[in-house]
Design a protein around this ligand. Structure first.
Ligand SMILES: C[S@@+](CC[C@H](N)C(=O)[O-])C[C@H]1O[C@@H](n2cnc3c(N)ncnc32)[C@H](O)[C@@H]1O
Length: 262
């Protein structure tokens, strides 16, 4: 039924505050259909009724719709650009940077930001806000235990300095952990803080509709200080950046235009 999915969207919004209509429909429907079929349901209506009765199924739904894949230093050469080109410019303006990792998943991204910043400023000056819509991901992020695969791209020196290996897992150093504050936040519904020097939002915009992205670029631009930087994922270039008050600072880095002085 064509409007069955629309009804499902309405019901999910009421139950969770999550608006699935702002996520690309074909992709999301495919992901959810395979989940409900695996659980023996035949339609979105049956699936929703099942979710109301069974909180484990509801968790499985949240898990399927959020897609938490992440890794440290994802697209490592971009992090080198951040470290060598972008950060020195930001640090010329202020040595107390306000940083936001938006859609931080299980923590690899904000902890990477902290490690990169630690090469330029002392750890006790680093404060990073890290947010995600998914409570389970945030829980894992706070614990800070990772498997070897998610550390593939971590430079050896950082691995030695900031991870402790125990049997088959790696634990992130407490000093790095202390630089990050995790909070639940829905990018498509909750208000944004402002006056950020750096916003890192990677590998989530690809799941959103054009309308949702348009709205988010506007909000990110408002949330940044003039001269601040938005760092996006490696398939997420903004084609009409100037429309949102951005100029390109490097590939996948956008700088909020400074107001022209009179
Ligand atoms: C693929 S992960 C990206 C993680 C990390 N940024 C990276 O690039 O490795 C996408 C994350 O976006 C989160 N997410 C999805 N929709 C969201 C929303 N509306 N608000 C905030 N986070 C959202 C998911 O929970 C998931 O953790």
């Amino acid at each position: 039924m064509a409007n069955e999915y629309a009804q499902f969207i309405e019901k999910v919004k009421k139950k969770s505050g999550i608006d699935l209509s702002l996520y690309k429909e074909t992709q999301m429907k495919r992901r959810l259909t395979s989940l409900y079929e695996k659980n023996g349901f035949r339609s979105f209506t049956e699936f929703f009724d099942g979710m109301v009765k069974d909180s484990e199924l509801y968790d499985a739904f949240l898990d399927r719709m959020t897609i938490n894949v992440s890794e440290f230093y994802r697209n490592r050469n971009r992090w080198e650009v951040l470290q060598k080109k972008i950060l020195p410019e930001l640090l010329k303006r202020s040595n107390q940077l306000k940083v936001w990792s938006a859609a931080c998943s299980t923590g690899e991204e904000p902890y990477t930001i902290s490690m990169v910043l630690s090469e330029s400023i002392p750890l006790n000056q680093i404060r990073i806000l890290a947010t995600d819509i998914d409570d389970h991901a945030l829980q894992k992020a706070r614990i800070g235990v990772y498997n070897e695969r998610s550390l593939n791209e971590v430079p050896e020196e950082m691995k030695r300095k900031y991870f402790r290996k125990e049997k088959h897992v790696y634990m992130i150093d407490e000093k790095i952990k202390e630089t990050v504050t995790f909070k639940k936040h829905n990018l498509l519904a909750d208000p944004f803080d402002d006056q950020f020097d750096l916003i890192v939002c990677r590998n989530v915009l690809i799941y959103f509709t054009e309308r949702a992205k348009d709205d988010l670029y506007r909000k990110f631009s408002k949330a940044l200080k003039p001269g601040g930087i938005l760092f996006v994922g490696s398939t997420e270039q903004i084609f009409n950046a100037s429309h949102y008050g951005f100029t390109s600072a490097d590939t996948f880095f956008y700088q909020k235009v400074e107001k022209s002085r009179p």
